[in-house]
Each structure stands twice: as C-alpha cells, then as structure tokens.
Design a protein around this ligand. Structure first.
Ligand SMILES: [Zn+2]
Ligand SMILES: [Zn+2]
Length: 677
C-alpha cells in the first residue's frame, strides 16, 4: 500500500484505493450523487489495530475526539471527515438508526445557536441526543419563559433556513481553556478539562458565527434539520449538586420529515392516554404507597379481581398441561443461596440478609432453589420424569431507587414460574409444550403478534459455559427444531445465552407496536449439578436431569401493566373488573334493579348497581368513565317487559332486549374469552 493511497472497504465487499484525506462524501459521490444526497454521516471501522495506533500518534485531535474504549469498534464520523487509514466504510443514510442520533445532536447545536443569538449572555453546557430527541443545558440568571421558548423555536427555523454548514475546527487544548476561562464558560472549561488530554488538539464545530466544543459528528449543514420542535424546559443543578448554579435544560426533538415528527407526537399522545400508571389510578386498579416504599404494588379490589382471573386461568391451564402446583416460602437461609450460587452471582440484586435466632436469612429473588428442594425430597426414577412444578411465586429483587416504573419495574413481583425436570431425550417435547403454552397465553389475553429470540452459546468460549458440549448441542438443536417445525420465525443470537443454558424469549407486540419481553423458556445445566440432582435411568444408573425454567406472563404485575396499556383500560368482558353496570332510571325501579342484579350474579357476572339519587345520564357517564363493557338502563317500560336497555362500550345504545337474552349473549362472550362485545 503506498503512503498516499488508502484502501476503503465497502459493505458490498469491494475495496476502493483512494488518496489519503478522501472523505466519506467523496466516496458516496463516486458511487452515486443520489447516495451522497441521502447520506447523513458515515460509520468507520478500522481494518486493524496497527492502523489505529498509527492514527492516534499522527493526529492527536482525532484520538481525543474518539477516545473510545474499544479502538476497533465502529465510530460515526462527519461526511467531511478526511479518511487517512485503511477502514471499512458504511454510509449512514436517513434510514440508519444512528442517523437520527446525528440529526438530533445537530438539532441541539441549532438550538444553542438560536439561544445565543437571542440571549447572548447565556453560557453553554452540553447538548446530547437522547432516545426521543435532544436537550441542551444552559446557564442564565433569568429563567426562560414559555414565550422565550417560542421565540427560540422560531429562531431555530431561521438557523435551519440559513443552511449553515457544520465545519470542524481544531485548537490547542490550553488555548481553548484560556478562552473559555476568559469568557466565564465554566461548563465548557469543565468538559474540556475532563474529556481531553493535556497537549491535545480539541475539536470545535462551527456553523455561521456559532462555535461549540464538541466531538461530533453532525449532519452536513443546519438545513438538514427539517422537522423539529422545542418540547419542554426543566431545571437541573450543574453536575447534580445543589450547591452549584441551576441550569436550564431545554428539550426538543427532531426527525427527517414532518410526517415522522407528527407521527411521533401522535404516538406520545396515544401512549400517554394508555399509561398504566394513570389508568391504574383512574380505574382504581392498584397503587404504590409512599409509606410502604417504592416498587411495591398494592392491588386494589378492581385490580385484584383481574389478577384472580389471570391466576385462575394460569393455574387451571398448568394442571391441564401436566404441571403440579406447589407453594414455597418467601425467605430461606443464606446457606440455600450459597448452594444455588445466588449468594455469589446474584447478591447485588437481593435484599440484604436478616438475622434470626439460628441463621442469616434472605428474601427470595427466584423460586428455582425451592422447587429443586421439592424435587430432591424424594428419589426419582425415569418413570417420574418429566416433573413439572408450577407456582405463582412472589419474589423480591433490589432495583436502584429512581429506576422503578409503575407495574413494569418493581421491587416485588409475582412470577408465574415453573421448573421442569426431564431427561435429555425429553427436551424437545418439553420445549414444544412450553412454546404452545406461551402462544396460548398471548392469544387468550389478546395479543396477535409476537417476536421470538433464541439465545445460544458461543462454543469457542467454552470456559464461560456450564454443562457438557453434548447437552448444549442437544438443547440448542431442540430449541431450533421446535421453532422450525412450528414455522415460528425467530432470530438466533449466538453468544447471548446465560452461562447455564440456552433460552427462548418471547416478546409480544402491543397495539402501539411496542415490544414487551414477557415469556422465557430457559435451560439450566448448572443448578442440577450444584444441587446434585438425580434420577435413576432405565439402565439402573444415576443420571442428572436437565432443568428448564419457564415463565409465561413473566411477572404478573408487569403483564397486568402491559394489559392495561394494550386495552387502554377497556378490558374484554371476561377480564373487566365490573362487567355490567346497572342504571335504574328512578328510585321506583330499585326493586327491579335488585332482581336484575341477582339474576346476573347468579349467572356469574360482576355487577354494580348505581342506586344513587342521581340523573340517569350522570350514572351512565360514571360507568362509561370506568370503561364498563355493558351498561343496562331500565325504567317502567323495561320493568314491565322483563327487559333491559343495553349500552355497549364503544357501540352506544343497542336498544332494549329481554334480560334472559342479554344473559345468554354475555355468557357466551365470557366463555369464548371474546375480545369483542
Ligand atoms: Zn456537536
Ligand atoms: Zn427458575
């Protein structure tokens, strides 16, 4: 390779010899001008380590800009980045997931440009992209007002219209620090001091008159930030310390098109409308009590009845499918957790030990060791296998404060946990049965779509995995076979298995297209060995069983949270806490109301009568606000005919029908676990 030309490897496998200093934009243009126009940034991966070292010693500024932990990792650069070494180059177009990050960070520069033009006394913090947009931290004595934000957004539109190129510049670190100190830019001084090495060149990005210390990359010019919005303002202390000045953090978001931006806000609105924390309060389903502690769920009667239905369904289904139900304690001696290995590997996720008379105890984070003790309590022969123990077991895991989120991330929850002990020959049929069961859960509770991931081991990394090669191969092959024979599409993720065995994860897709990790079927070659589990085989010898952990709801709390959001609180008839609301038109219809209520309760329905001295419409509205599936209204006419006037959720007034007919219809819907009314 000559010193003046370098090899650029492209994703199609071709290699281009180009002069040193060629930019990704040059490469894109040489492929097609259309590709060049569609590109936002580029992803470079060094072809070998030697080249990276050379790059660092030749050009200090680059090393300081991209002081990545892993020098062989891909990095994003500007389209104008001069390529000086042998690299794999991938052009990042608007469709690439990284493109949005580059766009949003660039939008943060546009925001800062606008702020300084309007409020020149403002000091700059930093402005990263986030999952849903971007923010920029500012220091200014006077807080920004909502009117200021509107003015800033308007000014941003001007900056975008000016289509200023983002230009990268370099300056010696000490010179930059002196300038920042002179201007009182305390935050920039901090960032440069912290993130660059003495003697380095530090990089800046300029657009128009605005200049910012930054690692990049950015879109080529401000004009690419076509669809953006300033969304909110929050206060935050500099470096999180209340002794420090208070900063103002302006949030915004940006997309490549107005359509994407509009869809984003429509989705946010819809997600907010479905937020299970809000609906949980509004429908009186559950609460989290400050006095009791974060991440601990209180199921109110209306939530508890749904939980009962979920649990009854699950237990009945387990029995039907050959599981045996067990119950186990909530705490156990530390010795048990030492034997299971949790005390070593999992201690950070467990509640701290408590001392009782005879020993130290810990609250259980998992049910597995308990089910193992039941298995071990009596000798097993191959004729006993598979043994399937199921339990709705309450477990407690430590989550950092501030990370809890409604029902989705908690410190105490209920696993619909089961452990299957079987022979290696039974693996395939057991996995098949677990997958069937998981599908039944999803279909029954109203989810049509799901995604499956198979995590397997990396045989080249043998030392990191417990269990024999044979068992790993057998288990991975069984999982593969089951998914293939059922025609279930799945993604294999090699090297992602836990150290103790391969697993299948099922992620359901909710009505907003969001993915939720719920069901998991996981092999374990480790615990049977740690607990020296055995069965006597057909050959009369002792063998070690294979163990499968599986949870289908995953966590009952979390599944309930997903259900609330999926249905936006409007549960199907068989799950609704109050299925039927009764509205007697006046006090003289109360006796008939009692009769109707008794008939419905006899038929097994959950019914509530609104016998308040209120207007009929107010009563109907209250039931409707609770998303009650059916509201039955009756006055003289209905009473005379033994009928009820039916209002169906989402469909309105359906007219009058004989009570017996309504009961027959509703009973059929419950039996079918129908999603429709
Ligand atoms: Zn930047
Ligand atoms: Zn388990």
């Amino acid at each position: 390779m000559s010193t003046n030309t370098i090899a650029v490897h492209l994703p199609d496998g071709s290699i281009r010899e180009v002069p040193s200093g060629t930019t990704p934009l040059d490469v894109a243009n040489s492929i097609s001008p259309r590709l060049a126009a569609a590109s936002v940034a580029a992803r470079l991966t060094p072809v070998d380590q030697y080249v990276v070292k050379k790059l660092e010693s030749e050009d200090g500024s680059e090393a300081s800009m991209y002081a990545a932990d892993d020098p062989s990792a891909p990095r994003l650069v500007d389209l104008s980045f001069p390529i000086k070494e042998r690299v794999h180059l991938e052009l990042v177009t608007e469709k690439d997931p990284d493109a949005l990050k580059v766009l949003r960070h660039s939008a943060a520069h546009v925001l800062a440009t606008a702020v300084l033009e309007l409020f020149p006394e403002t000091k700059l913090g930093h402005g990263p992209a986030t999952d849903s947009g971007f923010f920029y931290d500012f220091y200014r004595e006077k807080p920004f007002t909502p009117e200021d934000l509107a003015a800033i957004e308007a000014k941003m539109a001007e900056v975008v219209a000016r289509n200023e190129p983002f230009v990268r510049e370099h300056e010696p670190r000490e010179q930059a620090l002196a300038e920042f100190a002179r201007d009182g830019d305390f935050m920039k001084t901090h960032f440069v001091t912290r993130f660059t090495e003495p003697g380095a060149q530090v990089s800046f990005y300029r657009n128009g008159a605005f200049i910012d210390f930054c690692r990049g990359p950015h879109v080529p010019s401000t004009g690419r930030v076509k669809a953006f919005k300033v969304t909110s303002l929050a206060g935050a202390y500099w470096l999180g310390d209340e002794k420090n000045p208070q900063l103002q953090r302006i949030y915004g978001t940006a997309f490549f098109s107005k359509k994407d931006l509009d869809e984003h806000f429509a989705r946010l609105e819809e997600a907010a409308r479905r937020d299970h924390r809000v609906l949980g309060k509004q429908l009186d389903l559950f609460s989290i009590q400050e006095l009791a502690g974060a991440g601990l769920i209180f199921w109110h009667p209306r939530g508890a009845i749904i939980r009962k239905i979920m649990e009854d369904w699950m237990r009945d289904e387990c029995l039907r499918r050959g599981y045996q139900l067990v119950y186990t304690p909530h705490v156990a001696r530390v010795n048990l957790w030492q034997t299971s290995g949790h005390e070593g590997f999992y201690a950070g996720n467990m509640y701290t030990p408590m001392e009782l008379d005879d020993a130290m105890y810990r609250i259980k984070p998992m049910n597995c060791p308990f089910h193992i003790l039941i298995y071990k309590n009596s000798p097993k022969s191959y004729r006993d296998l598979p043994v399937r123990y199921a339990e709705l077991g309450n477990v407690y895991r430590y989550e950092r404060s501030g990370t809890m989120h409604g029902l989705l991330r908690v410190r105490g929850f209920t696993q619909d946990d089961a452990h299957i002990f079987c022979t290696p020959q039974q693996i395939e049929s057991e996995v098949a049965a677990c997958i069937d069961f998981a599908e039944a859960v999803l279909k029954t509770f109203g989810f049509q779509e799901y995604k499956v991931e198979l995590s397997t081991w990396d045989p080249n990394d043998r030392a990191h995995y417990a269990g024999s090669n044979e068992n790993w191969d057998l288990a991975s092959r069984s999982l593969d076979n089951v998914l293939k024979s059922r025609g279930i599409p799945y993604k294999t993720i090699p090297g992602e298995a836990a150290f103790y065995g391969p697993k299948i994860d099922v992620k359901l897709v909710d009505v907003l297209g969001r993915l939720w990790q719920l069901s998991t079927v996981q092999f374990d070659f480790n615990l049977p060995a740690r607990f020296e589990l055995e069965y006597v085989g057909e050959d009369g010898e002792r063998h070690q069983p294979v163990m499968v952990h599986r949870a289908l709801f995953g966590s009952v709390e979390r599944f309930f949270g997903v259900l609330i959001e999926h249905y936006a609180g409007a549960f199907p008839l068989w799950l609704a806490p109050v299925q039927i609301g009764l509205v007697p038109i006046s006090e003289r219809h109360l006796a008939y109301a009692q009769k109707v209520e008794a008939a419905l309760k006899d038929a097994g329905f959950r019914v509530e009568t609104d016998d308040r001295n209120e207007k009929m419409n107010a009563k109907i509205r209250d039931f409707a606000n609770q998303k009650t599936p059916y509201i039955l209204v009756f006055g003289d006419k209905e009473e005379g005919a033994g009928a009820v006037s039916v209002r169906t959720r989402g469909k309105g007034d359906q007219g009058s029908m004989p009570l017996a007919d309504f009961i027959a219809k509703a009973t059929a819907l419950v039996e079918m676990q129908s999603m429709e009314l």
